[in-house]
Design a protein around this ligand. Structure first.
Ligand SMILES: *Cc1c(COP(=O)(O)O)cnc(C)c1O
Length: 252
C-alpha cells in the first residue's frame, strides 16, 4: 500500500474513533474538528491528507510552516493552526501565516501579536483583520511548563485572579479574537489518567464564559494521538492528531 493510501486509511480510522467517542458522550461528531499535525512531514503528505478530506493542519514551528505551506498544492483551501510555542520575535511572521494560534501563552505575546496585526493592516484607520487565538493553559502544573499557569486554579483564587487579569487585558486588544482554550496533557500510558486535565480545561472555559460573557469561548483544543478519545468525551472541539495519521516522527 502506498503512503497516500495508508494516510487515507488512518484518517478514516481516526474519524471513526472520534465519532464513536462523541456518541458515547452524546455529542455531535460534526462539532469536532480534526487538526492533522504535519510537523516534520513533507508537503506531499499534507496533500495526501487534503485528498482524504482533511481541512485543518497543525504545525508547531513558524520557520518550518513558512517553508512548507507554499509547497502544499492545496494550501489555499485549508486552515493552518499554530500549535507550538511562539517566540515573540516570530510573532510577526506567525500573524501572517496562521488562521488560528492555539498557543497564545502570555500577555506579552498577545500584545506583540496585536501590534503586528495592526502594523500589517493597510492604514491606521482601517480596523485590522482579527487573528483568532486560543489561550494555552497549563492545567497540570509542574508537568509541562508552557501556557498560562492555572495549576490548581479551580481551588486557588489567587492564581485564577491573576490569570483573569491577563485575560481581561487580552480581550481588550483590538486585533485578536479569543475563541477558547488549549492544553497539552501530560504524557501518560493510560489516557484515562488525563481525563481530569481535560475536564478541568472545560470547567475553566465555563468559568471564563460566565466572567467574560462578551467574548467567545466555544473552542477547546485538547487531545492528541494518545488521548483524543478521552478529550472528545470531555468536550474537545479541536483534536490535534499527528502519529495516528502519519506514523511515528523521526524527530520533533
Ligand atoms: C506534536 C503535537 C501534537 C500531535 O501529537 P501526536 O502524538 O503525534 O498526535 C499535538 N499537539 C501539539 C501541541 C504537538 O506539539
Amino acid at each position: 500500500m502506498d503512503r497516500a493510501a495508508a494516510i487515507a486509511g488512518n484518517i478514516a480510522a481516526v474519524r471513526d474513533r472520534i465519532a464513536t467517542a462523541a456518541a458515547r458522550a452524546g455529542r455531535d461528531p460534526a462539532a469536532i474538528t480534526l487538526v492533522a499535525v504535519t510537523k516534520t512531514h513533507p508537503p506531499e503528505l499534507v496533500d495526501a491528507a487534503i485528498a482524504a478530506g482533511v481541512h485543518d493542519f497543525g504545525e508547531n514551528r513558524v520557520a518550518e510552516a513558512a517553508e512548507k505551506i507554499p509547497l502544499v498544492a492545496g494550501r489555499d483551501n485549508v486552515r493552518w493552526h499554530l500549535i507550538g510555542h511562539l517566540q515573540r520575535n516570530k510573532a510577526r511572521k506567525a500573524a501572517g501565516l496562521f488562521d488560528l494560534v492555539h498557543s497564545l501563552d502570555s500577555l506579552r505575546l498577545a500584545e506583540a501579536l496585536d501590534r503586528y496585526m495592526h502594523e500589517n493592516s493597510t492604514s491606521p484607520d482601517v480596523v485590522p483583520r482579527r487573528l483568532p487565538v486560543l489561550l494555552q493553559v497549563n492545567i497540570a502544573g509542574e508537568v509541562q511548563k508552557e501556557g498560562f499557569d492555572v495549576a490548581g486554579g479551580t481551588q486557588n483564587r489567587d492564581v485564577l485572579d491573576r490569570f483573569c487579569q491577563d485575560v481581561a487585558r487580552i480581550l481588550a486588544l483590538g486585533a485578536l479574537e479569543v475563541r477558547g482554550l488549549m492544553t497539552i496533557a501530560p504524557y501518560v500510558a493510560d489516557a484515562e489518567e488525563v481525563r481530569p486535565v481535560f475536564r478541568q480545561l472545560r470547567e475553566l472555559r465555563d468559568d471564563l464564559a460566565s466572567r467574560f460573557p462578551g467574548a467567545s469561548w466555544s473552542e477547546l483544543s485538547m487531545g492528541m494521538t494518545g488521548d483524543f478519545e478521552v478529550a472528545v468525551e470531555e468536550g474537545a472541539t479541536l483534536v490535534r492528531v499527528g502519529r495516528a495519521i502519519f506514523g511515528e516522527r523521526r524527530n520533533s
